[in-house]
Design a binder for this molecule. Sequence first.
Ligand code: CP3
Length: 352
Amino acid sequence: MVERRPDEAGSRESRFLRTLAGEALTPPPIWLMRQAGRYLPEYRELRARAGGFLDLCYTPKFATEVTLQPIRRFDLDAAILFSDILVVPHALGRDVRFVEGEGPRLDPMTSLADVHRLKEAIDLDFLAPVYETVSRVRAELDPSKALIGFCGAPYTVATYMVGGRGGEEQAPARLLAYREPDTFQALIDRLVDASAAHLLAQLRAGADAVQIFDSWSGDLPPAEFARWSTAPIKAVCERVRAEVPDAPIIAFARGAGAKLADFAAAVPANAFGIATSENLAAARRAVPGHRALQGAVDPIALVAGGAALDRAVDTVLEALGDHPLILNLGHGVRQETPPEHVAQLVARARSR
Ligand code: CP3
């Protein structure tokens, strides 16, 4: 693993890791959620050769190349492993498919018996190609750039496992959580174990930092958010830190809004993701001290480009520029994004 002690921060030290250690840098380090993907012609070309999306994720040669594509094109400060949050249910024995043009499909889980049918522990051998990709990327990446590993938060992954797909405010999972909280808790507990093991395997393979994506918990009322989002993410962080005490962690509870202050008080992450819709001043108050914020340019402003994009970048830099900040989007890059607009975002942020 690369050095990440702030006192040794030299020219080769990653600016991304310095920010996670609590430094406010101008310009801030930049990476974008979903920075690899279908908006890039070189991704579409490789994806067509690999076959399915999961074949791409599980073939280290291809996944390494796709991870590095946006770094070569845009000189971003961090690469994110090319994979998916749904490899965790896959490695717990669930059937996971990606339907062209529609998204992920899993066989819905409806009962405690389904939870008991999951593998006792996540099959890390099954995910060996993912960890090999981490090692390959780290070996090829410039030392000044960081490699981010990731997992989905237990709640978000559970919503796909219970509902079998995304959509409709993840209602099937929420319904199960209200009707059979013990069943839902048993599933969440399995996912806490599996997620921590998956993050640790990525850190051991060479990931410099990890991000936990909770894409759907923002919709939950505060008490449910505390139980199903905050508590499991806190547990994952603690499991990881028990083995790798200085592991840099980014927690992204998308749309936490007014729940962010309690979330940040409980979760021992180095940085917190901020969604597009958040009030930046309020987010800053919610995360006191030297812990970093990550976000929050509107992905649709990135599609628009031009003066609107410049304004969107400037707004984030003006609100958060003197705080430890990782410039990113408030959600992932959209497929219809012109690649030149990503170059524009990077140039704008680095010109100030
Ligand atoms: O950010 C990156 O560039 C790294 C790779 C990454 C992917 N998915 C690749 C991907 C990451 C970090 C994810 C996370 C992920 N996956 C989340 C959390 C973040 C978020 O977006 O809220 C979720 C909810 C998923 C589940 C998932 N995977 C969905 C809902 C879909 C379908 C949506 C779509 O855009 O098709 C995927 C597929 C997926 N994951 C693609 C990519 C590049 C598109 C696959 C393709 O090439 O067809």
